[in-house]
Design a protein around this ligand. Structure first.
Ligand code: TYM
Length: 426
C-alpha cells in the first residue's frame, strides 16, 4: 500500500476537518461533502461541477486517494484476460481503481474472486447513466467468469426519499427487471433487495452489525457529512452497503471462504467502500477492489450527472423513441457555436457537447467515433447532425432493452432473487 493510500483512505483520515487531504487541495471538510477550490462536489447524493467540461477526475483521484487506470494496467488486463479491454476502459470512462492489480493477479493464478454492484431503486426505471456500471459488470463477469451479487438498496431509498417501505420494495422488483433484461447469467448472478434479504439471510445482518461495531458516529459524520438531526437509519446504513463486500454475507455461495471482491460503480459510491476497505482487514477480510466510472452527464451538461430525480436530465429506459428524440433535441447541451458561420469557421467542442458524450459512451465503433470528433471539431458536422447521430445510436439500444425487459417474467425475477449456490470455480 502506498503512503498516499494510508493517508487518504483510513476512516480516521477522512474525518480530518480542517486540513489538507495529502494531495495539496484545500478542503472545507465535511467528509465526502468536501468542497475543493474548484467547487466540484462528488458524493453519493450529489455530483456538481462549476465547469462545462464537468468534474476534474484527475483531481478527484488525488482527493479520494485512488489510482488512475493507466496504459500499463490496461496492457496487463488485456494480457491476463486475453481479450481487448472494453471501450469504457479504453476511452477512460472507467478511469480509476483500487487494487485492480490484485484482482488480475488472482485471475492469473486461477484463484477465485467475486463481483458486487448495486442500485438504489428510487424510480420505476433505470436511466442511461445507471447502465454504465451494469454494462461493465456484465462484461467483466463474462471476461473473468466469476459470480456477481447485485444489491438493491430499497432500505436506503426509503430512508432518503419520500418512499414507503412497501413502495421501495416494489421499485426494487421493477429495477431488478431492468437489470435482468441486460442478460446477466442466471447461474452466476444473485440479485437481492435489502428489505427482504435481511429477513431471510441472518449472515447479512450479522455482518452489518460487525461493520457497525467498527465505525463511530464521528467517522460516518466525517465520511458522509451526516448531522445531528439526520435520522438514525441513515447513520447506520453505510454498513448495509458495506456488508456484501464481505463474502460471508453469502454463505450459500461462498461457504466460510474469505473471497476477494471487485466492485464496479461510478465514483460517487466510493465513500461507502473507503469505509469498507478500512473495516475489512479488522474483520479478517481482504479489502474490496474497485473500478470507478466517470459520470454520464445530465442532458443539460456535465456540470451535473444524469439523475433520476431530475426528469429532464435523463433518458430513461422506458422512454419512447419520440421522447428520446425530443429530449436530445431540446435539452442536450451543445458544444457548437451560436451561428452556422461561426461553427464552420471555428468548429465545435466535443468535450462539453452532450450528444458527443452520448456517442462516447454508446457508439462502439472507435473509427466512426474519431471521425465524428474530428469533423465536429473542424465545424464540418453541425450540432443538429450530431444530435441526429446520437438519437440514431441511443434509440435502438433503448428499444432493444425494452423488448428484452418485456420477456422478463415474475418467475424469472424470483429465480434471480432465490437464495441458492452460484456456479463458479472454487
Ligand atoms: P444508484 O441507484 O444511485 O446508482 C446505481 C449505479 O449507477 C451509478 N450511477 C451512474 N453512473 C454513471 N453516470 C451516472 N449519471 C450515474 N448515476 C448513477 C452509481 O454509481 C451506481 O454504481 N447506493 C447505491 C446502490 C448500491 C451500490 C452498491 C452501487 C448498493 N450497493 C455497490 C454500486 C456498488 C445507489 O443508490 O446507486
Amino acid at each position: 500500500m502506498s503512503a498516499n493510500e494510508v493517508v487518504t483512505e483510513g476512516v480516521e483520515a477522512l474525518t480530518l476537518t480542517n486540513g489538507k487531504d495529502g494531495s495539496g487541495d484545500d478542503m472545507v471538510a465535511t467528509g465526502v461533502e468536501v468542497v475543493v477550490q474548484d467547487d466540484d462536489i462528488v458524493n453519493p447524493w450529489s455530483v456538481t461541477s462549476s465547469t462545462d467540461a464537468g468534474v476534474d477526475y484527475d483531481k478527484l483521484i488525488k482527493r479520494f486517494g485512488s489510482s488512475k487506470i493507466d496504459e500499463e494496467l490496461i496492457a496487463r488486463f488485456e494480457k491476463i484476460t486475453g481479450k481487448p479491454a472494453h471501450h469504457f476502459i479504453k476511452r477512460g470512462i472507467f478511469f480509476s481503481h483500487r487494487d485492480l492489480h490484485s484482482i488480475l493477479t488472482l485471475k492469473e493464478q486461477g484463484k477465485p474472486f467475486y463481483m458486487y454492484t448495486g442500485r438504489g431503486p428510487s424510480s420505476e426505471s433505470l436511466h442511461l447513466g445507471h447502465l454504465i456500471p451494469f454494462i461493465m459488470s456484465k462484461w467483466l463477469q463474462e471476461t473473468f467468469d466469476v459470480p456477481l451479487v447485485i444489491q438493491l438498496t430499497d432500505d436506503e431509498k426509503t430512508l432518503w426519499k419520500d418512499l414507503t417501505v412497501e413502495a421501495a420494495i416494489k421499485l426494487s422488483r421493477e429495477n431488478a427487471k431492468d437489470i435482468i433484461a441486460m442478460g446477466f447469467d442466471l447461474d452466476k448472478t444473485f440479485i437481492f433487495n435489502n428489505l427482504n434479504f435481511m429477513g431471510s439471510c441472518p449472515a447479512l445482518y450479522q455482518n452489518v452489525i460487525r461493520v457497525q461495531k467498527c465505525v463511530t458516529f464521528n467517522q460516518v459524520k466525517g465520511i458522509f457529512g451526516f448531522g445531528d438531526s439526520d435520522i438514525i437509519g441513515k447513520i447506520g446504513f453505510p454498513a448495509v452497503q458495506a456488508a456484501p463486500a464481505l463474502s460471508s454475507t453469502f454463505p450459500f455461495i461462498f461457504g466460510k471462504n474469505k473471497v476477494h471482491c471487485l466492485i464496479p460503480c461510478a465514483i460517487d459510491q466510493d465513500p461507502y467502500f473507503r469505509m469498507t476497505r478500512d473495516v475489512a482487514p479488522r474483520l479478517g477480510y481482504p479489502k474490496c477492489a474497485l473500478l470507478h466510472s466517470s459520470f454520464f452527464p445530465a442532458l443539460q451538461g456535465a456540470k451535473s450527472k444524469m439523475s433520476g430525480s431530475e426528469q429532464n436530465s435523463a433518458i430513461f429506459l422506458i422512454d419512447t423513441p419520440k421522447q428520446i428524440k425530443n429530449k436530445i433535441n431540446k435539452y442536450a447541451f451543445s458544444g457548437g457555436r451560436t451561428t452556422i458561420e461561426e461553427h464552420r469557421t471555428y468548429g465545435g467542442n466535443p468535450d462539453i457537447d452532450v450528444a458527443f458524450q452520448l456517442l462516447k459512451f454508446f457508439l462502439e465503433d472507435d473509427v466512426q467515433l474519431e471521425q465524428v470528433r474530428v469533423s465536429y471539431s473542424k465545424g464540418e458536422l453541425l450540432t443538429g447532425e450530431l444530435k441526429k447521430l446520437a438519437i440514431e445510436t441511443i434509440t435502438p439500444i433503448v428499444e432493444r432493452h425494452q423488448a428484452a425487459r418485456k420477456l422478463v417474467t415474475e418467475e424469472l425475477v424470483d429465480k434471480y432473487m432465490e437464495i441458492r449456490p452460484l456456479k463458479f470455480a472454487k
